[in-house]
Ligand binder design. Structure first.
Ligand code: GLN
Ligand code: ZN
Length: 776
């Protein structure tokens, strides 16, 4: 590294959406996977997305050298490191090319699996709704710099006249996100491979330097969490070792280590003591660090993430500027400040200007990725040239925030009073024993009752009917009839299969959150607001902007129609408050507990209406309660308090004879088992078959008083589980919990499955229940 190295510009962003303004990359990927387009077409589409991003960012004013991130990859940013360093799980060894890496098809095979080679596991990135592919490492995994895609992409930008800054997941985070492979020794931890990983990153840095790259961003979000399976001291040691080693490389770009999704905490002084040139702080998720820590940042650039990369609200420029000034004043005179986003903008859609369906007033409160770029640039000017330089922007922003605060829908006194009046009693049902007796008498179910999680296949016909209805090609009556026909079909199929507690199949729901967002007041939905969830998968979160109210029942018509078709109990289906929040963009002007309770009160009314319509079993899904668990252990108790509290408020008025179910979508049950217990649902269904009932020891050890339905059919693939397989899993559940507590159900909803495997699998599941029932 040369002495007169380029400074980082005064404004930057930590990353940008990769999927394309009109989801061009999604479309290109899916066409290629289907065999409907060539690899050249896909590569061209990738290049087009990168060019569009460069041009757009330049047009927005982010054109200085090193200001733009280079963070493109076809599927996932963690997978991009896996292929860069050639760390293939052993089952994929045959994909390795002569140069030690994988080609593009190999990259997709890692992500999507092939035949009996299971895809790499996918899991949630930090506390977001983005999923990454979990590296699998052991003592013998090859780790070497073998793939130049990261270098090639910056070269492409250079040729177009733009010096971009490559963004790469950092080595410590890469290893903390990894899991030991099936071949790893008992005491192996991925961090054991730090030195080899650093060698590979070292070669990457040298290759980037040779390509003329001046700055590289290494993302180290894992440092903000203390919930890893190693001691914090070991994490800090890895940070010290990694950045001492990497910064000692002579021929390298300058290093910008970015800590996002929370505070770096005690990792900040450790990084400060190394020779990295820049450190990124998330000042949205965490406070300005203590002066004592800031004083250690002599000569460094502090990249201040004051514009949220996680939500879609317009930044409060006044508050952000105050934070920046406070930071600058506390830093040594030799330190510099660059204004940035708190995280990559990959979590937000491209451009709010396109959302012409949202009322202009509400739209003026919002900022998507492109608007956030503008905010960063404005704040950088304000910080470096003084407040007067951005007076017009500050005034306009203050006016927008005032208008937002004064909007009648933002603060509805009846709603606030209802939340304020909630008592502990409202969150408490009758004792379980009393409920159990009442429910047994009312429902008369056999032991090991069978049910499903709610949705049945969302067929092409269902989606086509909904599309025609939205376009106005068919009217409300015709659409309702189409959905009722579907419900009738699903009910008779379940009766034929012999299930005990039936569902209506959720045909009328486009999505389990958006369906409710469209019916409740306080939300708006977007037309183009897609964000990447994983690979080519995108979601379009709704925006929760105001106080929540329910105008009319939302699900009663469908559920009571379904109940009218059968003598068997029909389960009503609702999405819980925490999941509605986790999968929406939630307002930032009131605390989450308030929002959760508002949603809970609306759902509570729905529960009462379902009961009044004669529905005796009601499921409130909370698949997201685990994913929004705070990254810092110390923050978890408060989170669980309000999240569990809101579920209890939603269900607390249910009569003893109404059976309340909940569903959770994951198998790492251990950390939240206490919380799940406190939900106080009568029946909890959870994912368990993929993990072969791994959860049972934890449940048995913890003790679980109420009923549990550990899934016996992994619905994530089209594979039909045999009757024996279901029987084996079920016997294990009965052994651990006792037959009287076990329910028999799949792992999750069936909306992504086809009818063929659904029917075959459910028949096997019912047969297994009968077999084990006879043994009990
Ligand atoms: N009731 C929903 C369904 O069956 C639950 C889905 C989920 O947990 N993600 O589709
Ligand atoms: Zn689920």
């Amino acid at each position: 590294m040369t002495q007169q190295s380029a400074a980082l510009p005064t404004a930057t962003i930590a990353g940008y959406p990769r999927i394309g303004r009109d989801r061009e990359l999604k479309k290109a990927l899916e066409a290629y996977w289907k065999g409907a387009s060539s690899q050249e077409d896909l590569i061209q589409a990738g290049a087009d997305v990168r060019r569009a991003t460069r041009e757009r960012l330049s047009e927005l004013g982010l054109s200085e050298a090193n200001a733009q991130p280079s963070d493109f990859t076809y599927y996932d940013q963690v997978l991009a490191v896996t292929t860069t360093i050639g760390a293939l799980p052993e089952r994929f060894e045959s994909l390795r090319t002569s140069t030690g890496g994988v080609n593009l098809d190999g990259y997709f095979t890692l992500a999507r699996g092939e035949g009996d080679r299971a895809a790499m596991e996918m899991t949630k990135w930090m506390d977001s709704n983005y999923h990454y592919l979990v590296p699998e490492l052991d003592e013998n995994t090859t780790i070497d710099y073998v793939d130049s895609a990261i270098v090639d992409q910056v070269r492409e930008a250079q040729e177009a006249g733009i010096a971009q800054r490559p963004v790469v997941v950092g080595p410590v985070t890469y290893l903390l996100l990894a899991k030991p492979s099936d071949h790893a020794g008992e005491n192996f931890h991925p961090l054991d491979r730090l030195q080899d990983t650093l060698h590979a990153y070292g070669h990457l840095l040298m290759a980037l330097h040779e390509a003329g790259v001046e700055w590289v961003q290494l993302d180290e979000p894992a440092l903000v969490s203390d919930a890893w399976d190693v001691e914090r001291q070991q994490v800090l040691k890895a940070v010290r070792d990694a950045y001492t080693w990497l910064s000692a490389i002579i021929e390298r770009p300058q290093l910008f280590v970015n800590g996002s999704y929370g505070s770096l905490g005690d990792a900040l002084p450790v990084l400060a003591a190394t020779d990295v040139e820049a450190i990124g702080l998330d000042l949205v998720a965490g406070p300005v660090p203590a002066n004592a820590d800031l004083s250690l940042l002599e000569g460094k650039t502090v990249v201040a993430g004051v514009v949220s990369g996680r939500n879609i609200w317009r930044t409060n420029l006044e508050a952000a500027l105050t934070t920046l000034e406070q930071l600058r004043d506390a830093l040594p005179a030799s330190a510099r400040v660059t204004v940035s986003t708190s995280t990559s903008l990959q979590h937000v859609p491209h451009d709010v200007e396109r959302e012409t369906g949202i009322a202009p007033e509400i739209r003026s409160w919002l900022a998507f990725a492109d608007q956030k770029v503008g905010e960063v640039l404005t704040l950088a000017r304000g910080l470096h040239e003084g407040r007067a330089a951005i007076k017009a922007e500050l005034d306009a922003d203050a006016a927008a925030h005032q208008a937002r605060a004064a909007h009648p829908g933002v603060n509805i006194s009846a709603v606030r009073e209802a939340v304020a009046a909630v008592t502990q009693d409202d969150r408490t049902r009758a004792p379980y024993a009393e409920r159990l007796a009442a429910q047994n008498e009312r429902l008369g179910l056999p032991v090991l009752p069978t049910t499903t999680i709610g949705s049945f296949p969302q067929t092409r016909e269902i989606r086509a009917a909904r599309a025609s209805w939205r376009k106005g090609d068919i009217d409300d009556t015709a659409y309702t009839q189409a959905m009722k026909d579907e419900i009738a079909h699903v009910v008779s199929l379940q009766e034929n299969i012999g299930l005990d507690v039936l569902v209506h199949g959720e045909a009328e729901r486009n999505d389990m959150v958006q369906y409710f967002a469209e019916l409740l007041n306080g939300f708006v939905t977007t037309q183009h607001g897609w964000v990447q969830s994983y690979g080519s998968r995108c979601t379009r979160p709704s925006i929760l902007w105001g106080d929540v109210t329910r105008t009319a029942p939302m699900t009663v018509e469908w559920s009571s129609y379904a109940q009218s078709l059968t003598e068997k109990p029909m389960k009503g289906m609702l999405t819980g408050p925490v999941t509605i929040m986790a999968w929406s963009f939630v307002r930032d002007d009131v605390d989450k507990a308030q929002v959760a309770d508002q949603l809970a009160l609306a759902l509570r009314d729905e529960v009462s209406d379902l009961e009044a319509a004669g529905i005796g079993v009601i499921q409130v899904d909370e698949p997201a309660i685990r994913e929004t668990l705070p990254l810092r252990v110390a923050d978890r108790e408060a989170y669980l308090e309000w999240s569990v509290g809101s579920f209890r408020l939603a269900t607390g008025s249910a009569a003893p004879q109404t059976q309340i179910h909940t569903h959770l979508c994951y198998s790492e049950f251990d950390v939240v088992i206490d919380a799940v217990d406190h939900l106080d649902a009568d029946v909890t269904s959870i994912e368990a078959s993929r993990s072969r009932m791994d959860i049972l020891p934890a449940v048995a050890e913890h003790g679980f008083e109420r009923q549990l339905g550990p899934g016996v059919w992994d619905i994530h693939s089209p594979r039909v589980p045999s009757e024996e397989e279901c029987t084996t899993l079920l016997r294990a559940a009965v052994d651990a919990l006792g037959a009287e507590k076990v329910w028999v159900n799949p792992d999750c909803g069936l909306k992504t499955r086809a009818y063929e495997e659904t029917e075959a699998s459910l028949r096997n599941l019912v047969a297994a229940a009968r077999t084990v029932r006879a043994e009990a």
